[in-house]
Design a protein around this ligand. Structure first.
Ligand code: NAG
Ligand code: NAG
Ligand code: MG
Length: 296
């Protein structure tokens, strides 16, 4: 009898872990979309006027091309005009989820009717002005303060600087002489790790995120639940686009529930996204695809 129960237990747990494995999405090489026609061909009927759409977008490298200096990024004129148009539309919910601080990303995009999430979603502000702020536990907050201090003392030199975003930071080294970059960025990453923060490679910068279970994926789910309720996946079609590894957290949680687009020139890149966009300029076509269904 004991043996039978044991075998039965193994079978059950075996079956369970198998189906869990199947549910765990894996990264893949995603099919590419190059222009407006290919959005329509690859996703026929996914967007339609009987369904609302929630559009969640990264900013740097997605809505705006990467600039040498983050204060100089600018959305292309045509893209900005379409974004402004769809932001007004009642059937379109628009959120920008950025690694920048909240105030910074709001200033960059500067369009009303958009939900803004800064610091990878640690700070969220809705169009009506209401906010959601993730509170860091006291010890992590204290470590953050000490980490900023140590980074400023040790690696804020040779053109590199620390951008303090209250709960996360970016160490920018684009202006550091090439031969000094590696040494400084390795040291910066070590300092972040020492205080328990997670350093991520970004464009000519290291982003340090707090050791909390929060990322762009959590932020996307939080926003969708707030806006459309627990059954958001049945209520709304979801479109997500982003260009770097922090966006993959959102792509992973949206697999099978929405459609994600990873901007990457590397045709072999492994991603949780459903499709790859080869360059930032194709984002204008993505927004045209949405506008074509809902606005005109
Ligand atoms: C509209 O879009 C939703 C979500 O993609 C889909 O389930 C539904 O079948 C579509 N309806 C039509 C009429 O295409
Ligand atoms: C805070 O920093 C100290 C000193 O580096 C470290 O030992 C500790 O693990 C950090 N705390 C957390 C929660 O990561
Ligand atoms: Mg980006």
């Amino acid at each position: 009898m004991k043996t039978i129960v044991f075998i039965w237990f193994c079978l059950l747990s075996g079956i369970r872990s198998n189906s869990e494995l199947e549910k765990m999405p894996e990264k893949q090489v995603a099919p590419v979309i190059n222009n407006l026609e290919e959005f329509q061909q690859n996703l026929p009927g996914y967007l339609n006027t009987s369904n609302k759409v929630a559009v969640l977008l990264d900013y740097d490298g997605t809505l705006a091309p990467i600039a040498d200096n983050p204060s100089k990024t600018k959305m292309p004129v045509e893209l900005e005009a379409i974004l402004r148009k769809i932001a007004k539309h009642p059937e379109v919910f628009l959120a920008v989820i950025s690694g920048r601080g909240l105030k910074d990303v709001q200033k960059q995009v500067n369009i009303e009717g958009i939900t803004y999430a800064g610091n990878h979603g640690l700070e969220i502000e809705y169009p009506d002005g209401s906010r959601h702020d993730y509170e860091l536990p006291t010890e992590i907050q204290k470590n953050y303060t000490n980490m900023v201090k140590e980074l400023k003392e040790k690696v804020e030199k040779n053109g590199a600087w620390v951008e303090d975003k209250r709960v996360s930071l970016t160490y920018h080294y684009r202006d550091t002489p090439v031969e000094l970059k590696d040494e400084q960025k390795v040291l910066a990453a070590e300092i972040c790790k020492k205080y328990g923060f997670r350093p991520n490679q970004a464009h000519e910068a290291i982003e340090a995120k707090p050791p909390v279970n929060w990322n762009k994926g959590e932020a996307a789910l939080y926003i969708l639940k707030q806006k459309f309720g627990e059954n958001w996946a049945q209520e709304v079609s979801v479109v997500f686009a982003g260009d770097d590894t922090t966006d993959e957290d959102a792509m992973r949680v949206l697999r099978g529930l929405g459609r994600s687009f990873r901007i990457a020139s590397d045709a072999q890149i492994q991603t949780f996204a459903d499709f790859r966009l080869p360059k930032q300029a194709v984002m204008t076509d993505l927004l045209k695809w949405i506008a074509g269904v809902y606005v005109s």
